[in-house]
Each structure stands twice: as C-alpha cells, then as structure tokens.
Design a protein around this ligand. Structure first.
Ligand SMILES: *[C@@H]1O[C@H](CO)[C@@H](O)[C@H](O)[C@H]1NC(C)=O
Length: 492
C-alpha cells in the first residue's frame, strides 16, 4: 500500500529515502544532488555497539548502530565533523557531497555520520511493536551520540589527540545538533543547526499559513485559485454525485463514502502535503525526480485558463504530481492506512521508510501536526487536529492521546527556552520561505551564537552542495558559517 501520510515534518532535510518516499513526510533532508564524481572512494558501512537503554544501568542489552567515516579530507590537527542523521535512512552520498563536506575540505576535518536509532538499518529491537518503541526517545538518541563521540575519541586517541567535534544537522536532526551541543558542551565544541524546529506545537497551523504567504507573495491569484479549488472540492464532498466526481477526478485508490470524515481528511491532507512539498523544497539542490514541479510551474498551471476552472487546474496539478511521484492513485482509505501503520515488522513498507517510527516520535515528543482549520486558508477547514490525534490512538493505543503529548511538548519547550537563554557556539540557519522557520530559534539571546535568515531560502537549502546559481544570500550564509567555525575552532 502506498501511503501518503502525513507528516509534513522534519524529514525534509538530510536523508536518503527514495525520492518517492520523501513525499510522505514534510520533513527530512533527502539526498544531495551530487555531481557525478568519478571518485574511487568507497564509503563502507561500519557498525557500532550501542546500548539499548542508556538510563537503566541494569539493562545490558545492546544493538548495532550503523555509521560512515571518511578520512579523505583529514589532516593532522583538523577537527572532527559529525553529521547527525535524522528520521530517514542514512545515505553514503552525504559522505562526499553537501555543504558540510565543502566545509570539511576547508578545515581538514575527519568526517562521520551516525544513523538514527530505529531508522534505516539501525534496528535496536526485534520489531517495531509499540512496546519496543519505548526506547525511541530524543534523550536516548542524544545519549547514542554522546556514546559514539566518546568511543571514537578513545579509539582514535593517538591520531586525534584533542580534536574538536563539530556537529551538523538539518530539520529534526538540526534540533538534535543544537540539543547535543547544549547537553554535552564538553564533548561538542560547536553545532551547525539548519532549519531546526526547536519549539514544539501540537497544532501547527502556521505551517500552511507560511506556505500560503509564500505562494501569495509570488502570485496572489495563484493562492486564491487554490483556495477556490479547495472550497469547490469541499462543496462536492457534501453530495453523493460530488463524491463520485472527486473520486474520478483525483483518481482515488478506492471509493470514498460521503459519511467518512476521516477518508475526506486523508484526501485533503494528501493534496495539501503534495503542494506544500513543492514550496518547501523549491529551487534547492536536493535530488529530485526530473519532472518535479517548482512553485513557478505550480502557479503557471493554477493560472492557466486553458486548463478549465480552478478545480480542473488543481486536478491537472495533482495528476502531474502523481506521475512525478510514480503514484497510480490518490490514497484516501483511512482504515487501510492505519492498518498499514500498525504493522510492526522492519520489513513492512512503513517500517522500512521510517513512517511508523516518525509517527511515534510525533505522537510522543513533538506533535507539530500540520493542520488547516480556517476557511479562508489555502486548504480551508479540512484538516483538523483530531484527525492526527485520532491517528496516534488508532496506531499506538489509547494512552497515546493529547494529554500525554501535551506533557511531552511542554518539556520540549522548556528545553527550547533554556536554549534561547544559554545557547553558545551554535549557528542556526533558516530559509525565509521555510514554513518550519517559525518554530526555530531566530533570535538567540547570547553573544556567541548566531541565527542567519537566508532570504528566499527554503527548508535546509544551505545543506545541499553549492552551485554557481545559488543566490547571493545563500552564498553569504555559507561564508558566515565558515567564518564562525574558524573563529570557534580557534577558541578552547
Ligand atoms: C516483537 O518482539 C518482541 C521481543 O522484542 C517479541 O516478544 C514479540 O513477540 C514480537 N512481536 C511480533 C509481532 O513479532
């Protein structure tokens, strides 16, 4: 089953999921659009013995965590760079390309990246049962990183002497980079945190509002024709004939029922996510399918009267998006989607892609559910919070509800508050058109941290390999990163 669930979240930065997959989550990093390098360098998988539970001394269970290492740019006395991988499979492409590799060459750094527990091939438990997922917490992840840094430092003591560790991350893993620097300042010398949503909100309605702002400022008419299309669909879904029409136009994978609110919310969510993804990764240097849409192309189509009414134009946009993403039909069956997300095998589709695991993190740590419940917005009042909270309960069980989540979110936000006051040697980068940026730290209140807002920049745009066509703002941001790394590396 092909799900488009959700999860407009951080999987929009580093990662390595197949292109088709990055479509599922509004977060993460994907792969860099690497220039074909005829290099002989082979990045091999290495495995690190990691504790399952860092906080229970009597639990001695261990598992194997995957990491990559590249010594090619290292020169004696250089620092150690660690790329923190987030909620996706680790890709070897990031070991030879991306902005951090360009910095590594400048600073003669030794490079590592560590795969996140429960994602890719780093499997801490036999399966993904809800009980086993209890070890999937941000605290455990940070402790994995701490253990990794300590162990590598000891293993390579002779070569490394007292080399300084700099950590990198984008989107969710950008948050991990900042949290790691704050929690273990004696181990981590500095952090580069790109597009990190450090604050948590259960109901993140700002996301689609930011998408709307971006589209509106490009073309107000483009935004209003999407609003009109959404509202027309909403109207159609009130009658049986209308429902049939929508099924037909959007090539839904199964027939929708007029009474099924959840199927309708799933349809609207899927349509909204695929439009949002165009904006989120607009014009960056991420690896994408050749025919993928840009904001310009989206709006060209939404304004093209030869395609028919705004609804017809919206239908054409989604037809093209399905074709780009190799999707035969539009997923609308909520119950099937939930059944697929309840599967606990590592080999289930959602397990392989990390969707079940990411959903678990959203339901237990951050929320950040991307809702739309205002009639005048791009996607109208079609994606309520209870749709997502219902998913948490339906997938994981009754105790995964809004009350439990509210407590966790409060904790995340206390950490965010501390970070703001005490942040040190962290560079935060944000794109001005990134809908996640309102959750980031835009104004650190200390002297030795900086926040850079890249004009016109999208989610994590600074992470991808540099191109001559990069905007002057992006070029300048990367220079600023180099400036601060140089400054901070000269400090003890
Ligand atoms: C999942 O793994 C646990 C052990 O970690 C085992 O007890 C349980 O039966 C497994 N569940 C399934 C559905 O295989």
């Amino acid at each position: 089953m092909n799900l488009i669930f959700c999860v407009l979240w951080c999987c929009l930065c580093f990662g390595a999921l197949a292109d088709k997959v990055s479509f599922l989550k509004l977060v993460g990093v994907g792969k860099p659009n690497s220039v074909a390098t005829a290099r002989s360098l082979v990045i091999e998988n290495k495995w690190f013995k990691q504790k399952l539970d860092h906080f229970n001394p009597t639990d001695t269970r261990t598992w194997k965590q995957r990491y990559h290492m590249n010594l090619e740019y290292y020169k004696h006395g250089g620092p150690i760079f660690l790329n923190i991988v987030g909620e996706e499979e680790m890709s070897h492409h990031w070991m030879t390309s991306g902005a951090w590799i360009e910095y590594a060459k400048k600073f003669n750094a030794m490079c590592f990246q560590l795969e996140h527990r429960y994602f890719g091939r780093s499997h801490p438990t036999d399966n993904l049962s809800t009980k086993n997922l209890m070890y999937l917490t941000v605290e455990q992840v940070l402790a994995d990183l701490e253990t990794f840094i300590n162990t590598i430092s000891n293993d390579y003591e002779q070569i490394l002497l007292n080399s300084k560790w700099i950590v990198f991350g984008g989107s969710y893993s950008g948050s991990l980079a900042a949290w790691l620097r704050m929690k273990y300042p004696h181990l981590v010398h500095a952090a580069v945190s790109s597009s990190s949503p450090l604050m948590a909100k259960i109901d993140y309605q700002d996301y689609y509002m930011a998408i709307q702002d971006t589209i509106s400022s490009y073309s107000p008419k483009c935004a209003s024709s999407i609003i009109e299309a959404t509202s027309t669909i909403n109207g159609l879904l009130q009658t049986n004939d209308g429902v049939k029409y929508v099924d037909d136009k959007f090539e839904t994978c199964s027939d929708m029922s007029i009474y099924n609110k959840k199927d309708k919310a799933l349809l609207f969510n899927n349509l909204a996510v695929s439009v949002a993804l165009i904006v989120q990764y607009n014009n960056d240097n991420k690896k994408k399918p050749k025919s993928s849409l840009s904001l310009e192309k989206l709006c060209d189509m939404m304004l093209d009267q030869s395609l028919g009414s705004p609804l017809e134009r919206y239908v054409a946009v989604h037809k093209q998006l399905r074709s780009v993403n190799n999707k035969e039909c539009t997923t609308i069956n909520y119950q099937d989607s939930i059944s697929a997300l309840r599967k606990t095998s590592w080999n289930s589709q959602n397990g392989k892609l990390g969707i079940r695991q990411w959903m678990y993190l959203m339901c237990t740590e951050f929320g950040n559910f991307i809702t739309s419940h205002n009639r005048n917005n791009l996607f109208g009042d079609t994606i309520p919070l209870n749709y997502f909270m219902g998913m948490c309960t339906d997938i994981f069980g009754k105790s995964f509800n809004i009350n439990a989540l509210a407590k966790a979110v409060k904790k995340t936000n206390m950490i965010h508050h501390d970070l703001k006051k005490k942040t040190s040697r962290i560079i935060y980068l944000h794109g001005s058109i990134d809908a996640w940026s309102t959750l980031g730290l835009l104004q650190p209140q200390t002297r030795d941290s900086v926040s850079i807002i890249i004009k016109g920049g999208s989610h994590c745009s600074d992470l991808y390999p540099s191109r001559s066509s990069d905007s002057p703002h992006l070029k300048k941001a990367r220079k600023t990163v180099v400036y601060y790394l140089k400054k901070w590396l000269s400090e003890d």
